[in-house]
Ligand binder design. Structure first.
Ligand code: ZN
Length: 349
């Protein structure tokens, strides 16, 4: 779906009809500000959140670790933010570079504590420190077992550890945020919940007093969050975790104000949860109709995403195809075998 956002009537009941300009700071709830910054990808922006505390600002997500994003932070923290301009907490919803990219840089400057779920911090730390000598064989094995052709495997391996290039050094210490516990931000209590599917322990923050959910990438309004297997868990079933998470989020009020990391804030949480569930069920059906004979994950990917894909898109698309095939296999609907070359094959059971 086109991530470029334009004003349009939406049944999701958007908070504002159009995106604010990049770099602008928009109040969205009591003491809570929305900072939209640009990303150098097709997904061209990310939403970050700032919460006013007595002695400064708690930052929720930090943008990708590039000079343009750092320039925005520097400007905010030296001139533009209401005083005091001190950073009190740096918080990451999950390990992806557009969220955690400047965490280390901000912590280094401010000496503020860094907060994240433990698995998210550990993934970030691991991926940022993996040398190519250690990591490239894993990447190669991952793409080869899913049946990508050799030139594409080579292209993906040459792409290398792009994660490390998009983050500043991940903080060496973390204050662990656990599922179900409260965290005080400003004068208000937020409940931490952690969710599988998009990443292993993705954090959402819910403020019951204001009925506001900081959703990260777990629930997005205009695109479906990427549900992928990772290099390290190619046989996992993250889609089951994601379905469980969508179900769990239904416990929140139907018209919660959702603050997503991409797109625009919206109110109709339950409607969006249903749409996302439906989207994945349709994709599962599409695969079941396709794999009447043994197919590789690469073939399933080309069927689901017939358009030309660049390396960045292949990374998401192959992981997404594998996640759906693995889910069907876990349910006994697909049979998973290995061919003579050790490539995973799926067909209808
Ligand atoms: Zn993400």
């Amino acid at each position: 779906m086109d991530p470029h956002l334009r004003a349009r009537p939406s049944p999701l009941n958007l908070l504002v009809p159009e995106s604010p300009p990049p770099g602008s700071l928009t109040p969205v709830a009591d003491g809570l500000f929305w900072l939209r910054v640009q990303l150098p990808f097709r997904l061209n922006h990310i939403n970050l959140w700032l919460i006013r505390e007595l002695e400064g600002w708690a930052l929720i997500d930090t943008g990708i670790g590039d000079a343009a994003t750092q320039a925005i932070w520097t400007e905010l923290l030296t001139t533009r933010l209401p005083e005091p301009r001190h950073v009190t907490k740096v918080i990451a919803t999950h390990y992806h570079p557009d969220h955690i990219g400047n965490a280390g840089w901000l912590v280094e400057q401010s000496q503020a504590p860094f907060y994240a779920p433990l698995t998210e911090w550990a993934y970030a730390r691991m991926l940022s420190l993996l040398t190519e000598a250690v990591h490239l064989p894993t990447i190669e094995r991952f793409y080869r077992q899913f049946g990508l052709d050799e030139p594409t495997v080579t292209a993906m391996v040459t792409y290398g550890n792009h994660y490390a290039r998009n983050v500043t050094p991940i903080p060496s210490q973390v204050r662990r945020l656990r599922d179900g516990e409260p965290i005080l931000l400003g004068s208000q209590s937020w409940q931490v919940t952690t969710h599988g599917g998009h990443t292993p322990e993705h954090m959402c923050l819910y403020n019951a007093a204001q009925n506001v959910l900081i959703a990260g990438d777990q629930v997005l309004p205009f695109i479906s969050p990427n549900i992928s297997v990772s290099f390290f868990e190619p046989d996992a079933d993250p889609l089951s975790d994601y379905f469980a998470s969508l179900q769990r989020l239904r416990a929140l009020p139907a018209h919660t104000l959702v603050l997503p990391s991409h797109g625009l804030p919206f109110h109709n949480l339950h409607m969006r949860l249903s749409q996302l569930e439906q989207h994945h069920h349709e994709r599962l059906e599409q695969i079941l109709r396709f794999v009447t004979e043994p197919r590789t994950v690469a073939e399933i990917m080309r069927h689901l995403f017939p358009q030309d894909l660049d390396r960045h898109q292949i990374m998401f698309a192959i992981g997404e195809a594998a996640a759906h095939a693995n889910h069907l296999s876990a349910q006994g609907k697909l049979k998973r075998t290995l061919n003579d070359n050790g490539v995973v094959m799926f067909r209808v059971a």
